[in-house]
Design a protein around this ligand. Structure first.
Ligand SMILES: Cc1cc2nc3c(=O)[nH]c(=O)nc-3n(C[C@H](O)[C@H](O)[C@H](O)COP(=O)(O)OP(=O)(O)OC[C@H]3O[C@@H](n4cnc5c(N)ncnc54)[C@H](O)[C@@H]3O)c2cc1C
Length: 352
């Protein structure tokens, strides 16, 4: 592959990538391998976005994505490489299911399983591994406020007053946040095609509460430590100990989109109590004795409600600015990864 001409760059970087979730890291890795100088800006203290793992005392809890599947070849080869580096491992092929959070858990007989993967030390293991492969560290704790275009260059302003100028930009944050970033930088109609703007502005996400519970004893959840729930306030329960990521017993309880929306602004303690009550039958003993610590994560942008039926959206060509992430294609880890790759390939085509 011919090396790109970095000497034409109006700034220090060829490409700026906003967000270091799986989409941003896949895009950056691809573009760096193609020879571009890439700045990755991430507002959080660490990488991974919704592939998130939290430590509570000794417990390790995944509180965003719980597992991922691999269907496509490009993501498959990244996963194989990550497995060789001990960053990811297969978890199981199928999860038991239950009509309500009260159980009983039954094996779904109507389904053929396929490999569900997890991070070796929690879901952040994969994004952390991908970030470690980049020649320059991701700039964490850097919140992008606006993105505009001027003199065929992309101008990015950050909350810490840092300014990045580049030849192209890849935006991977949840789309409503990207729309705000564009708006603040003047990248809106008539500069942006109104149809593209309307499409971006219409992307919505459902929220999700994830409650992490540290337990005194192992839970009663069956192997392999994940349960899909069909109705009621809870959508999913995971035992992080059985899953193999936590050295001590801990549960992650994920609420449904409906419950999360209805209780989004409720008192967090009430939300926690309702979710604990819903899953009490999987806790071995009185919840007041068994639950030793708890932590509630409130995801505002958890799942795209109706993902855009395109792998990415080009916002403009000169300079190239593209939006990607899980809102483009599927609302899952693999769709976000594929979307990041599609955006990177598009940028490469335009810059070369
Ligand atoms: C509770 C929950 C459970 C889930 N379960 C599963 C599952 O089991 N399997 C599965 O496949 N998927 C699951 N998902 C979905 C999956 O996590 C996502 O599809 C995927 O991780 C999205 O990756 P992304 O890179 O598109 O976005 P993100 O991971 O959201 O990354 C975007 C990044 O942009 C950063 N950012 C945002 N704004 C700015 C800014 N202004 N400046 C700089 N950085 C910014 C964010 O901090 C974030 O790191 C789940 C999601 C949630 C919330």
């Amino acid at each position: 592959m011919a090396a790109p001409k970095t000497d034409q760059s109006p700034g220090e970087y060829d490409i700026v990538v906003v967000g270091a979730g799986i989409a941003g890291l896949m895009a950056s890795g691809y573009l760096i391998k193609a020879g571009y100088r890439v700045a990755v800006l991430e507002k959080a203290r660490g990488v991974g976005g919704r592939m998130a793992t939290r430590r509570i005392g000794e417990a390790v809890c995944d509180h965003g994505a719980q597992y991922f599947s691999v269907k496509g070849r490009a993501f498959g080869s990244v996963v194989s490489e990550s497995q060789e580096a001990s960053a990811v491992v297969p978890w199981c092929d199928l999860f038991p299911r239950s009509e309500t959070a009260e159980g009983p858990a039954v094996e779904p007989l109507d389904e053929v399983g396929h490999a569900r993967w997890r991070g070796a030390r929690g879901m952040t293991s994969l994004p952390k591994y991908l970030a470690e492969q980049l020649p320059e560290p991701v700039k964490t704790g850097v919140r992008v406020c606006s993105l505009g275009v001027q003199d065929n260059a992309v101008h990015v302003t950050c909350e810490n007053d840092e300014m990045v100028v580049a030849r192209a930009a890849v935006l991977t944050a949840p789309v409503p946040q990207v729309v705000e970033i564009f708006y603040s930088g003047g990248l809106r109609p008539p500069v942006v095609d109104p149809q593209v703007w309307d499409m971006l502005s219409s992307v919505e996400y459902s929220p999700c509460f994830s409650l992490m519970l540290c337990l005194a004893k192992p839970s009663l959840l069956p192997d392999p430590g994940g349960l899909e729930v069909c109705s009621g306030p809870v959508a999913w329960i995971a035992d992080n100990y059985k899953k193999g990521i936590s050295p001590v017993p801990s549960l992650t309880v994920q609420a449904t989109a409906e419950f999360s929306r209805d209780h989004f602004n409720a008192d967090p303690k009430q939300v926690e109590d309702k979710l604990i009550e819903a899953v009490h039958c999987w806790i071995d003993g009185e919840t007041s004795d068994e639950v030793q610590a708890r932590s509630l994560q409130r995801w505002k942008y958890a799942f795209p409600v109706s993902p855009v039926k395109a792998p990415m959206i080009a916002v403009q060509n000169k300079p190239p600015v593209v939006c990607c992430g899980d809102a483009f294609g599927g609302g899952r880890v693999e769709s976000a990864a594929s979307s990041g790759l599609a955006a990177a390939r598009w940028i490469q085509r335009l810059l070369s």
